[in-house]
Design a protein around this ligand. Structure first.
Ligand SMILES: Nc1ncnc2c1ncn2[C@@H]1O[C@H](COP(=O)(O)OP(=O)(O)O)[C@@H](O)[C@H]1O
Ligand SMILES: O=C(O)[C@@H](O)C(=O)COP(=O)(O)O
Length: 429
């Protein structure tokens, strides 16, 4: 059956919430209308008429068997709404533990979708993530020397992706070099191992790879390759959709109103953004260790929110530098401290929305997951990008809020200002 007539052109399964908005934003550049659901929505009509449907999971740091189970459930649901091409989105810094979950989930999806081979393409040149000779670079640093070796949940200590993936999987892992003009990249791929790390250092590489794999039933990677595949699919699209009653126009509704920023990421970029915004905005740092020791940090934070009467955007963060993070993780366990930070920020997100905040910028993937779940938002429509990989999004249903869910390491130092100015006007200093 004609793909245009039935379901979406592509269905994505993303392993965290900001990664999902990243891939959704990149696909929207192609002109696709994109919706993102948090988990499988109870109400499938929320996704009717969209070109791309992204199911955001929180499966990056959970047990591998659960991640596989949730991802296959998402694939089953996407198939039930007519999806024929699937994309598994993980982090452009290949965030995983020695046990997974990138490898196990990819294998589970290959089995589920009856696919013999798939590529792994995390490269995102616009955000300075490139893969060369199977090694992942962030800017000019190897993955294990770029700060990611200190990540609170998924420290990345090896830049050799063939080795990282092979440690997580049963199937053979291979590698192919960058596409070379005049060579048949599809044929090179077809001769490679079942799981193939693909070199890509610029958008031309990604375009050539996308042309070769756009028709594949399953592709895995970062958002950039998905954006290129979306381009190819839109250009190849043969006929307009016929379900005219449900066809969507690109998101043009913006939501205005008071804004706030919640930062739970400890990534280098977020540290700079917190510092920048705190220069001329009210800023509260939550003490995670005291909260773990039973102090009512949350109650005090709510009182702080109540005392803010200027109407200007405020910033609440748990963001700390690497040294402090290491100390915190010694005094409490890694998981306990992370869960405490996430739950306090999620609770405060709900408190802020209850008290009139309508635009919320959230920094950090796990943090965004906790906030969105606490707000009870089922789906968001993707709007304009603020920075590469970070679009404004608009909740469907209640509460009606604009959300910018930012991956920890995305955006320059003034990102929080840009995000808020982008909708509200002259907030920046
Ligand atoms: N002060 C802190 N102490 C310990 N853990 C923290 C602290 N602040 C944040 N965290 C945890 O660090 C993790 C950051 O992950 P995430 O929100 O995904 O950010 P990123 O996008 O940078 O990976 C979260 O689980 C968060 O709760
Ligand atoms: O691919 C990326 O870099 C992002 O989309 C992403 O997944 C980053 O992870 P978080 O920083 O944990 O949001």
């Amino acid at each position: 059956m004609n793909q245009d007539v039935r379901g979406p052109l592509i269905g994505c399964i993303a392993d965290d919430f900001t990664g999902a908005t990243d891939v959704a934003g990149l696909m929207r550049r192609s002109g696709m209308r994109v919706v993102q659901c948090f988990g499988i929505p109870a109400n499938a009509s929320l996704v009717a008429g969209f070109d791309a449907v992204v199911v955001a999971l929180k499966s990056r740091s959970i047990a591998a068997d659960q991640a596989c189970h949730q991802s296959c459930d998402a694939a089953r649901w996407l198939a039930s709404i007519g999806t024929e091409r699937f994309f598994f989105k993980y982090c452009s810094t290949f965030d995983s533990t020695p046990d997974g979950n990138i490898g196990p989930v990819a294998e589970a999806l290959m089995d589920h979708l009856n696919v013999q081979q798939t590529i792994f393409c995390p490269s995102f040149p616009e955000n300075r993530r490139t893969v060369f000779q199977g090694h992942l670079f962030v800017g000019d640093a190897m993955l294990n020397e770029c700060g990611m070796q200190h990540h609170p949940l998924n420290p990345m200590t090896d830049a050799n992706l063939v080795r990282v993936l092979a440690a997580q999987t049963q199937r053979a892992v291979g590698r192919v070099g960058r596409p070379v003009a005049g060579n048949d990249f599809g044929a090179t791929l077809a001769a490679a191992a079942p799981m193939v790390i693909v070199d890509a250092i610029d958008n031309d590489d990604l375009h050539a790879i996308a042309v070769a794999v756009a028709h594949h039933r399953l592709v895995t990677g970062g958002s950039a390759i998905a954006g290129h595949i979306a381009d190819v699919l839109m250009k190849r699209r043969s006929s307009p959709r016929v379900d005219a009653g449900t066809v969507r126009t690109p998101a043009d509704a913006t939501i205005d109103g008071p804004a706030a920023v919640l930062a739970g990421s400890c990534s280098t970029a977020t540290q700079a953004q917190v510092q920048d915004f705190a220069r001329d905005h009210e800023h509260l740092t939550l003490d995670v260790v005291s909260a773990c020791d039973g102090v009512d940090v949350l109650g005090a934070a709510k009182r702080w929110v109540d005392a803010q009467t200027s109407g200007r955007p405020v910033l609440i963060s748990t963001t700390v530098d690497q040294e402090t993070l290491a100390q915190i993780q010694q005094s409490s366990t890694r998981e306990t401290a992370a869960a405490m930070a996430e739950s306090m920020l999620a609770e405060l997100g709900a408190y802020l929305v209850d008290h009139g905040i309508r635009r919320l910028v959230v920094a950090g993937g796990e943090t965004s997951g906790a906030v969105v779940e606490r707000l009870g938002i089922e789906a968001i429509e993707i709007g304009d990008e603020i920075a590469p990989g970070v679009p404004w999004t608009y909740s469907q249903g209640t509460p009606r809020v604009a959300l910018a869910l930012k991956s920890g390491n995305f955006g320059n130092a003034t990102f929080f200002r840009t995000a808020i100015d982008g909708i509200a006007g002259p907030e920046s200093a």
